[in-house]
Unconditional design. Structure first.
Length: 57
């Protein structure tokens, strides 16, 4: 996995977790959902990069 893409994935996951936590803390369901969506994007990016690495080997 390229280090740049790996960093982007981790950043998206972290932002998502922070958004989700903030949404729960203030009771904002849409913010919580946005956070979960950001985490899912990061997970998908990470899975894509891992698949690319597997295919290269």
């Amino acid at each position: 996995m390229s280090s740049d893409e790996k960093a982007k994935a981790k950043t998206e996951q972290a932002k998502g977790k922070a958004k989700e936590a903030m949404g729960r803390m203030v009771g904002n369901e849409s913010r919580t959902a946005e956070g979960r969506m950001d985490q899912a994007k990061g997970d998908a990016r990470q899975a894509k990069e891992k698949a690319k690495d597997t295919l290269k080997d």
